[in-house]
Design a protein around this ligand. Structure first.
Ligand SMILES: Cc1ncc(COP(=O)(O)O)c(C=O)c1O
Length: 364
């Protein structure tokens, strides 16, 4: 089955085989070496040249665990943050922030519109007590790229901490974490890094991490300080998903061999192939090209079809597409091109789509 949903993704045979490696105890030296390798590879991939300025904290849990751990850990006592919301994952950040009342202001924009960096700057100026800004890099809701680099410059310029959810970005979209002084970036193994779901991570500026250990603990499992202190002793505080980590390590080796920039280019190329093919079939994209990511495209469901019929007919042919969310649920469908896909998979999807259109509404 070809997965064209934005994670979990198709993985390579090489990554899949690693799952079947030897049984390992997480308190043994082999595991400490495995975790050390993963952390080293994450820094090499995502903060090249600034590895000594960052640390990677590994968590067993999906991408939300890494985002929630970042939010729970980033604030000193009494400090609050600005959160940006222009999609389902921005909304999730707002919900996490609300659990502990950590917000000072929410900057909301429409799902099909990137937030205006000037609005965030204005809000930073209006709220001198703000300590951090939290937002999504690639808003997977519609496959929209948020202008995180411009916003990072404003946040850094005001002396604040920038926390980024790049769960669906890292590996597929360029992100200048070190150059733009992003303090915390949350990611996951099971999307553009092409590992399995179940493990996630946060890249944190080391100097900042030394402050984080003094922040109040708002969660126990999702407190980054607990992980950081254990990591210093080559340990991990809770039982990790060992085999999934082993596969993650292999997926990171693959990423480094391909190169992050090349992977981003490959994704961009596959996304273009999908968009061109859909365009030729008269299927309209939801977002203008300038906002679109390298790995997810939202399209309107063609007239005469419903999402569920489209989904089911494509699945019968070996392709899994993804529904819209929220108010767009019945109106759109999403096609992701993350994962160990080949050009023939993307072409095959286009052929299958054309066949379904012909069969269901004719005239193509
Ligand atoms: C931008 C973004 N953030 C967070 C998440 C949550 O990740 P998970 O479902 O792995 O918890 C997702 C999932 O698609 C996402 O796309």
């Amino acid at each position: 089955m070809i997965l064209l949903n934005p994670g979990p993704v198709n993985v390579s045979d090489r990554v899949r085989k690693t799952l079947m490696g030897p049984d390992l105890c997480h308190r043994e030296s082999e595991c400490a070496a495995l975790f050390g390798n993963i952390r080293r590879k994450l820094l090499e991939a995502f903060v090249p040249g600034a590895e000594s300025e960052y640390t990677a904290i590994l968590l067993t849990g999906s991408g939300t665990a890494a985002v929630e751990a970042s939010i729970m850990s980033c604030l000193p006592a009494g400090k609050r943050l600005i959160h940006v919301n222009n999609g389902v994952y921005g909304e999730r950040i707002s919900s996490i922030v609300a659990t502990q009342r950590l917000g000072i202001a929410e900057i909301k924009s429409a799902w099909d519109t990137p937030p205006d960096p000037e609005r965030i700057l204005k809000s930073l100026k209006q709220e001198p007590a703000v300590y951090a800004v939290v937002m999504v890099h690639h808003e997977t809701t519609l496959g929209l790229m948020n202008p995180v680099h411009e916003i990072a410059d404003h946040v850094d310029g005001r002396g604040c901490v920038f926390v980024v959810d790049s769960v669906s970005g890292l590996g597929g979209e360029p992100l200048d974490i070190a150059g733009r002084h992003m303090y915390m970036v949350a990611g996951t193994a099971g999307k553009c890094i092409q590992g399995f779901p179940g493990v996630s991570f946060v890249l944190v500026r080391k100097g900042f991490m030394e402050n984080v250990v003094k922040h109040p603990k708002r969660s126990w499992y999702l407190n980054l300080a607990n992980y950081y202190e254990a990591q210093k002793n080559d340990s991990i505080p809770f039982t990790p998903a060992v085999q999934v980590y082993a596969a993650f390590d292999e997926a990171l080796s693959e990423l480094l061999e391909e190169g992050v920039a090349n992977r981003c280019k490959r994704y961009a190329r596959f996304a273009s192939l999908i968009r061109d093919r859909m365009n030729a079939l008269g299927i309209q994209a939801v977002l203008p090209a300038a906002y679109q990511s390298n790995s997810v495209t939202a399209f309107y469901v063609p007239e005469g079809l419903t999402y569920s019929v489209l989904h089911d007919r494509l699945k019968e042919r070996g392709y899994v597409i993804y529904a819209g969310q929220g108010y767009l649920e019945s109106k759109i469908f999403r096609v992701a091109n993350m994962g160990a896909l080949e050009e023939k998979d993307v072409e095959g999807f286009g052929d299958a789509f054309e066949e379904v259109l012909r069969q269901e509404i004719g005239g193509v």
